[in-house]
Design a protein around this ligand. Structure first.
Ligand SMILES: Nc1ncnc2c1ncn2[C@@H]1O[C@H](COP(=O)(O)OP(=O)(O)O)[C@@H](O)[C@H]1O
Ligand SMILES: [Mg+2]
Length: 219
């Protein structure tokens, strides 16, 4: 599902090159759950952004479902992302001007689903928010917003879900509920999951743990 080979990212930091990621190689098989664990600033979000094709590497290669991201231009990467990927962010990233229902409908509509409204409603019911369809994000708790984000990520039936510290902005109890829901949806949908976390208990729930230290994978 994911093949990463010799991946590197160096940015220009006020005239001084700053290497954020170096020589990262790994593969993720379909259906696997993989945690990426590392200290703050170790490069986890940068890596996930590269996997999503939201950012471009300065070295190495990424293949998703056999397709090299380098072979795609920005528009083609966006199409690939829509077809293949769901993304869950630490800060939820719901669109503030859209209701919960509309937030979940949007990617479905972009994918051309005629049944977007019905499907979105079903998914919000599935994450326990059938009574919050018309709420705007600012009127939802953090845990509710992240459940909307899970419905949005999983409802287009992506083959791969990338999650960047999905419980990082939630209290422990709420975070636990959200993570249980995410693992449950992932197992039922047979999705491949790459989950960034600094919580060892969450990482231990994944099939495999990759550790990143100062931009490199540790053994
Ligand atoms: N565009 C950028 N320019 C300069 N430094 C960056 C940029 N993006 C990330 N960094 C730096 O790279 C390091 C890794 O960032 P990040 O991937 O967000 O780490 P993590 O998610 O593990 O906390 C941090 O030190 C961060 O400040
Ligand atoms: Mg991060």
């Amino acid at each position: 599902m994911v093949e990463v080979n010799g991946l590197g990212k160096t940015v220009d930091n006020g005239g001084v090159p700053l290497t954020i990621l170096q020589d990262i190689s790994f593969t993720v098989m379909p259906g696997e759950t993989v945690a990426i664990v590392g200290a703050s600033g170790s490069g986890k979000s940068t890596l996930l952004g590269l996997l999503a094709g939201l950012d471009v590497p300065t070295a190495g290669e990424i293949r998703l479902d056999g397709v090299s991201l380098a072979a795609l231009d920005e528009d083609a990467r966006a199409v690939q992302r829509g077809r293949l990927l769901g993304f869950v962010f630490q800060s939820f990233q719901l669109l503030p001007a859209l209701t919960a229902l509309e937030n979940v409908m949007l990617p479905l509509e972009l994918a051309g689903r005629k049944d977007a409204a019905t499907l979105a409603r079903d998914w919000l019911e599935r994450v326990g928010l059938g009574h919050r369809l018309k709420h705007y994000p600012k009127h939802l708790s953090g845990g509710e917003q992240q459940r909307v984000a899970l419905a949005r990520a999983f409802s287009p039936a992506p083959r791969l879900v990338l999650a960047d510290e999905p419980t990082g902005n939630l209290d422990a109890a709420t975070g636990q509920q959200v993570i249980e829901l995410m693992f449950d949806l992932n197992a039922k949908q047979g999705t491949t999951l790459v989950l960034v976390t600094h919580d060892e208990a969450i990482a231990a729930r994944c099939g495999r743990v990759l550790r990143i230290q100062a931009g490199r994978l540790a053994d």
